[in-house]
Ligand binder design. Structure first.
Ligand code: MV4
Length: 492
């Protein structure tokens, strides 16, 4: 087993990984930027090293610096978390060259999966259903026209070098095709340094459903069921759940087996996700995420498998601790991503210092966070500060539990998207599980509901100000939070 692990990440995922290490008796090393001096993960680690200025390029993405710290400290392995260097084949290669175990698949597999055209054809070869489209790079509008004739409109042009929606262009008819190819190629070149694009049939209003896979160094691979991740905005997921309200146990068994087989055929080592679009009752492969994902806890809650511990076991050369036949889906879990964002200002990131921080707890509630009362929230990184995960026996129960937990959550000092989640937990279509990737754009009443929720808490604040006059602002905010938690009325 690995004895010393460096965590090349920050925030809640750094804490999540270090918690697994504590339970496994593994020493932890944190690396951090100058903006994170006061961060919780820096304090939690056994050893911490500052590796550079706030911009990620100069710290969290600095491969040489991260490897240098690992060598100096005698770290046997590096866990990259998600984002930053997690899917950098160059970083995985640098670890391999330095004889440090990268917690994840080999640089070869990361490189293959990062090339979306190659990933598509590998998956097709492995028997995974893919979206109808091209197997090769589309070089110019003439070639695109030939492809379009066979698959039909609407279609979507995607950069091969990226993911996450950047540079994707939806084309409704032939008139838009030439300029769409050119614009996707331009964005692809600028953002990924690779001009290659490919074409797929555009599926309208699909669901985003992904399968969790685990593969070990001995050629075993299993799946842990699916996650429904359709609630997203600007390619950022906001709510995830497992199981999906539309996946039957027969479908899960069939698609899971296909996902695990694909992992075996790739020689996939570590935790990963196979993403699908679910459309018209069928699954279509999108891409593979070669990392642990933000939303992994919902799978952990329904399977009782500690995915991060499995990653570390796999990296240590040990076999998976469970067999496919032993995997059971028990109950239902849901996650709300808590972001430092202002719902009234188009969800712009909100940085500053937390004044009051009181996370929810109780039966079936899990909070994976990276903050504490009075800690700073720097503006340089992803605005997600915490994940609120609930578990229960069925979907109706966990929605009620999520409402209760969101009501208990008190954050003062920065704006958060908690009012958005409260509005969602009262949305009739969401409650019925009728969701797809365009849900938020289509639900035109959401913003009004969010404003109503914010008005309620503001009126409490105003009442208190009238009661106490020009009193300590922080204390008033804290009392507002406390009265919200207890559902206590403020009497004048
Ligand atoms: C699609 C699609 C429809 N049809 N592919 C967006 C993120 C990336 N992981 C894949 N994405 C999509 N791929 C096919 N064949 C719809 C999306 C999609 C989307 C695309 C462009 C702009 C906004 C979007 C929002 C949700 C899903």
């Amino acid at each position: 087993m690995i004895r010393k692990l460096l965590i090349a990440n920050r925030g809640e995922i750094a804490i999540r990984i270090m918690r697994a290490c504590r339970e496994m008796g593994i020493a932890t090393i944190a690396v951090y930027s100058e903006a994170d001096k006061e961060a919780f993960f820096v304090k939690y680690a056994d050893e911490s090293f500052c590796i550079g200025p706030p911009p990620a390029r100069e710290s969290y993405l600095n491969i040489e610096k991260v490897i240098e710290v690992a060598m100096k400290c005698g770290a046997e392995a590096i866990h990259p978390g998600y984002g930053f260097l997690a899917e950098s084949s160059k970083f995985a290669q640098a670890c391999e060259d330095a004889d440090i175990k990268f917690v994840g698949p080999s640089s070869r597999v990361i490189e293959l999966l990062g090339d979306k055209i190659r990933a598509r054809s590998e998956m097709k070869k492995a028997g995974v259903p893919v979206v109808p489209g091209t197997e090769e790079c589309v070089v110019d509008p003439d070639q695109a026209r030939i492809v379009a004739e066979t698959i039909g409109y609407p279609l979507i042009i995607k950069p091969s070098g990226g993911g996450g929606g950047i540079g994707m262009t939806i084309v409704a008819h032939e008139g838009e095709l030439a300029s769409a190819v050119k614009s996707s190629q331009a964005i692809a070149t600028n953002t990924f340094g690779i001009c290659d694009v490919y074409i797929e049939k555009y599926l309208s209003n699909p669901r985003h459903i992904e399968f969790q896979i685990l593969g070990d160094s001995r050629g075993n691979a299993i799946h842990l069921g699916e996650r429904e991740c359709s609630i997203q905005r600007r390619h950022q997921k906001l709510i995830e759940e497992s199981p999906s309200p539309v996946v039957t146990s027969e479908m899960r068994e069939e698609m899971g087996a296909i996902a695990a087989k694909a992992a075996r055929s790739l020689g996939y080592e570590g935790a990963g996700t196979i993403e699908f679009l679910f459309f018209d009752g069928k699954f279509y492969f999108l891409e593979v995420n070669a990392r642990v994902q933000v939303e992994h806890p919902v799978t952990e809650m329904v399977t009782a498998v500690d995915i991060v511990k499995e990653q570390i076991r796999i990296a240590s050369g040990l076999p998976l601790s469970i067999k496919q036949e032993e995997v059971r889906i028990n109950g239902w879990a849901m996650e709300c991503r808590i972001n430092a964002e202002d719902p009234l200002n188009d969800f712009e990131p909100s940085s500053g210092r937390l004044e009051v921080y009181h996370p929810p707890s109780g039966f079936g509630v899990r909070v994976d966070d990276g903050v504490y009362a009075h800690c700073p929230i720097p503006p340089y990184y992803d605005p997600m500060i915490s994940k609120l995960i609930v578990w229960g026996s069925e979907r109706d129960e966990i929605v009620r539990r999520m409402q209760r937990a969101l009501d208990e959550y008190v954050i003062v000092g920065i704006q958060t998207n908690i009012p958005f989640h409260k509005a969602m937990m009262n949305n009739l279509r969401f409650l019925k599980g009728e969701i797809d990737t365009n849900f938020i754009d289509k639900e035109t009443t959401l913003l009004k509901e969010i404003k109503g929720i914010l008005e309620q808490s503001k009126s409490r604040e105003e009442k208190l100000r009238r009661l106490f006059g020009n009193w300590n602002r922080k204390r008033i905010a804290a009392i507002v939070g406390a009265t919200a938690v207890t559902k206590m009325a403020i009497r004048e």
